[in-house]
Design a binder for this molecule. Structure first.
Ligand SMILES: [Zn+2]
Ligand SMILES: [Zn+2]
Length: 156
């Protein structure tokens, strides 16, 4: 039930910003909100929520894409890949939202929970086990994280 094959290496598209992950994610999510559709230029965003203590960045990042909420989105200043997101709430809990498509090997990444299906594009399918029309309720996260720790997709 562990065996996450850590550490993981990650980088932006151009390779100028490198990241290293040394702690297991606590949840894997897909978000269908229209904000994420614009941020990604795709149908939905992918997130691995990671403990801040297990995440390091080599190279400067640029903040961009100001959103409706108080999230800070970090980009590579050269290729403008969207790398990870921080917010005061997440930081207070000791987490950040990492974009797993930056992993050297993202072939195993699968969302466990999908959110904001009310704004989902008609062709967007994620395979997530749990779907929420908006966000999971705060009291749902404990249960979802416990289940993810047991069943969440791992590197092969
Ligand atoms: Zn780059
Ligand atoms: Zn979203």
């Amino acid at each position: 039930m562990s065996n996450w094959k850590l550490p993981w290496n990650a980088s932006c598209l151009c390779g100028q910003v490198k990241m290293r992950i040394t702690a297991a994610p606590v949840i894997a999510m897909a978000c269908h909100c229209t904000g994420c559709q614009k941020l990604t230029s795709g149908a939905y965003s992918l997130t691995l929520m990671l403990p801040t203590a297990g995440f390091s960045v080599e190279g400067e990042t640029q903040v961009g894409a100001l959103h409706r909420d108080d999230s800070t989105h970090h980009y590579c200043p050269r290729c403008l890949s969207w790398l990870y997101t921080t917010s005061p709430n997440l930081t207070a809990m000791g987490f950040l939202n990492f974009r797993p498509t930056m992993l050297e090997d993202a072939s195993w990444v699968a969302p466990f929970v999908e959110s904001q299906t009310a704004e989902k594009l008609p062709g967007a399918m994620t395979g997530a086990k749990h779907s929420f029309e908006r966000w999971p309720a705060p009291e749902d996260y404990g249960r979802l994280m416990q289940e993810y720790a047991l069943e969440g997709a791992r590197p092969r």
